[in-house]
Design a protein around this ligand. Structure first.
Ligand SMILES: Cc1ncc(COP(=O)(O)O)c(C=O)c1O
Length: 408
């Protein structure tokens, strides 16, 4: 296409496409994957450590339930809020795993975790509202807050604080317009986990300041050195909290698209209405498989979490041998978030270099916000063998950089 035509097309796009769409952000993982696949097409071998999904297969009993459900004819519309069996199973699961008393009317089933972010932000936020969210953090939070026209206020997660929320810093960001705080523990991309005291302090602050809390707990089952704590466990929090959980990470079900929100019953009715208007309902046989995952999936979850722990421990020792990289041991999820400032390149430059020079795909910390500069996200959702090879290649590429005088 000629330049003049391209310019005309771009300005037409601005005329036709709504302004809010230009406020949406993409996701680094998909962008790096596309670059890596391009190199693979040229015959290069790439080890994928940019991925944010378990490399395990969905548990066999869960797959069998879905197949059976299709054969039994569970292939039609169901209620927007989800099937009763799954809403009830969520209550049983949360009581057992988190000691939380929740009723089926307070549960809304969605096609994955992301619709809970999208639809519950639409449900709760007005244009003039401010929302405090973690930076670095999962990019969909600020993307959707800004898409709606509300103000996204980043709360910097600092390395010196183990990438946990500093409650005093959080307090200092609150204004008369603040409506909601977003928390995510275990945390993507840093692997940090909020302590019980952190969460209690956030709960107290939310009540003192009369704020809503959005708690993203999709990594609740992938936690290493402590038990997962939910802010919903604290008195007075149920009436001001939306909790998000999903099957994607816990049960290796990213492609099934199954998640849920737990929220006050009156809000749940409107959230269901948003589901009616967007998805109608979540896939029926996926929901039936979800019941099996929640009620009979514990063993598979433990096997997966155990393997992630082995990989984390391996990676901790191996990365420590690479000159110039500083890490904090992740307490949950399956990511390292090393400090790479000593190489004197931006996160993006270093991630590009590692992909081209070392054949290792990782994400720049800036894929997770402004305060991700100086870091990389390395996923260990890959086999021990591939992780070992990737670390060798990374070390070699980084040593080359150091020799060329690239390190401060
Ligand atoms: C913190 C966090 N929340 C939500 C999601 C979205 O999960 P889903 O694929 O179920 O929509 C992800 C996926 O990477 C995540 O890391």
């Amino acid at each position: 296409m000629k330049v003049a035509e391209r310019v005309k097309k771009a300005s037409q796009l601005k005329d036709w496409v709504a302004d809010r769409v230009f406020r949406l952000k993409g996701e680094g993982a998909f962008e790096v994957l596309a670059k890596a696949q391009k190199l693979e097409k040229q015959g290069r071998e790439i080890i994928h450590l940019e991925i944010g999904e378990p490399d395990f297969d969905t548990p066999i009993n869960v797959k069998e339930k879905a197949i059976q459900a299709i054969q039994d004819g569970s292939t039609h519309y169901v209620p927007s809020a989800g099937i009763d069996e799954l809403r009830e199973a969520v209550c049983v699961y949360l009581r057992k795993s988190r000691g939380i008393e929740v009723f089926p009317e307070e549960v809304v089933i969605t096609p994955g975790a992301k619709p809970v972010i999208f639809l519950s932000f639409l449900l709760l936020l007005e244009e003039e509202d401010e929302v405090i969210y973690p930076d670095p953090g999962f990019p969909a939070y600020s993307s959707i807050i800004e898409f709606i026209g509300a103000k996204a206020v980043p709360l910097r997660l600092r390395e010196e604080n183990g990438f946990r929320v500093d409650v005093d810093e959080l307090r200092s960001l609150i204004t008369s317009k603040t409506k909601m705080i977003v928390i995510n523990s275990p945390h993507n991309p840093t692997g940090s986990v909020l302590s019980e005291e952190d969460i209690e302090a956030i709960a107290r602050l939310a009540q003192e300041e009369d704020l809503l809390v959005f708690t993203d707990e999709v990594y609740s089952e992938i936690i290493y050195d402590q038990k997962h704590v939910s802010i919903l466990q604290f008195p007075g929090m149920k009436e001001r909290t939306v909790m998000l959980d999903a099957f994607s990470k816990s049960f290796a079900m990213t492609g099934w698209r199954l998640g849920y929100a737990v929220l006050p019953e009156e809000w749940a009715r409107f959230l269901s209405l948003l589901v009616t208007n967007s998805n109608s309902c979540t896939c029926t046989f996926t929901q039936i498989a979800g019941v099996e995952a929640l009620l009979n999936g514990e063993e598979s979850v433990q096997v997966m979490a155990q393997e992630f722990r082995r990989r984390r421990d391996f990676m901790e020792k191996r990365i420590a041998q690479i000159e110039g990289i500083k890490i904090i041991k992740p307490q949950g999820a399956f990511y390292f978030f090393p400090n790479i400032t000593s190489f004197g390149l931006s996160s993006k430059e270093l991630a590009d270099y590692l992909l081209k020079e070392g054949g290792v795909a990782v994400l720049p910390g800036t894929s997770f916000g402004h305060y991700g500069e100086g870091y990389l996200r390395i996923s260990f959702a890959n086999s021990l063998e591939n992780l070992a090879r990737a670390m060798d290649k990374m070390e070699e590429a980084l040593n080359k950089l150091t020799k060329r005088g690239g390190r401060k």
